[in-house]
Ligand binder design. Structure first.
Ligand SMILES: [Zn+2]
Length: 233
């Protein structure tokens, strides 16, 4: 119930923002009003930043990869949606590598399901406020590799899309999420290892504290971004 109420509240806030933006847009079409210049410049700056972001939508690279973008829903540790759109955006090089992992897995009757990809810096700041523990959330002062479009959170699914058993759920911030946690079932440990091998084979680097998180090896080439997901074309 609490989650539902958060979701409604967020929807209401988004609607409000949209409504208040409309009169501004109308004003900006009237050049005689000097006050209209600033909103228009802001719009131009936002779209220029989005154009330079060079993020690609994984659906356009490999539509076989399944999506469960948790931060676009209330089903996450923040208990409210943090994204306006459920999209997996990545740098092109990381998206291509992830597509290769999917192709490898399909050959053995498996596939990927992603929980999170590119994450704007402003969302990172919200997460850090709630969970300032750098074992699980990167300090926004440095930025996360997710903020660079160079990290992905994901799991394995079978041919029907059913998730394979893993040691924990996504975003379980306990020692059980560590990639070397030995107390999980044999099946869960096998699946965790299979995910790790499939990802590292194509150049991704695992994270010690979270079995679901992988960095693209190229992450350092790319800057931290704060472009909203819905602004990326
Ligand atoms: Zn992650």
């Amino acid at each position: 119930m609490a989650c539902q109420s958060y979701a409604n509240q967020s929807d209401a806030n988004q609607s409000d923002a949209k409504n208040t933006a409309d009169p501004t847009t109308q004003l900006s079409s009237r050049p005689q009003l000097k006050s209209s210049v600033r909103p228009r410049l802001n719009q131009v700056a936002a779209s220029a930043q989005a154009a330079k972001a060079q993020l690609v939508d994984i659906r356009s690279v490999n539509p076989g990869i399944r999506l469960d973008l948790r931060y676009a829903t209330a089903n996450n540790f923040m208990h409210r949606p943090l994204y306006k759109e459920a999209r997996c955006l990545l740098r092109a090089i990381a998206a291509k590598q992830l597509s290769q992992v999917q192709t490898d897995l399909e050959a053995i009757g498996l596939g990927l399901k992603v929980y999170d990809c590119y994450r704007p810096l402003s969302v990172q700041k919200q997460m850090w406020k709630l969970l300032p523990d750098d074992r699980y959330v990167a300090n926004p002062a440095n930025g996360s590799r997710h903020n660079r479009g160079s990290a992905v959170d994901l799991t394995l699914v079978d041919r029907t899309g059913k998730e394979l058993t893993m040691p924990t759920d996504f975003d379980d911030f306990t020692d059980r999420a560590a990639i070397n946690y030995d107390g999980a079932s044999t099946e869960a440990k096998h699946n965790r290892q299979q995910l790790k091998e499939a990802m590292t084979k194509r150049g991704f680097v695992p994270l010690l504290t979270e079995w679901w998180h992988f960095d693209a090896a190229s992450w350092a080439q790319f800057p931290v971004l704060d472009v909203p997901l819905e602004a990326v074309l």
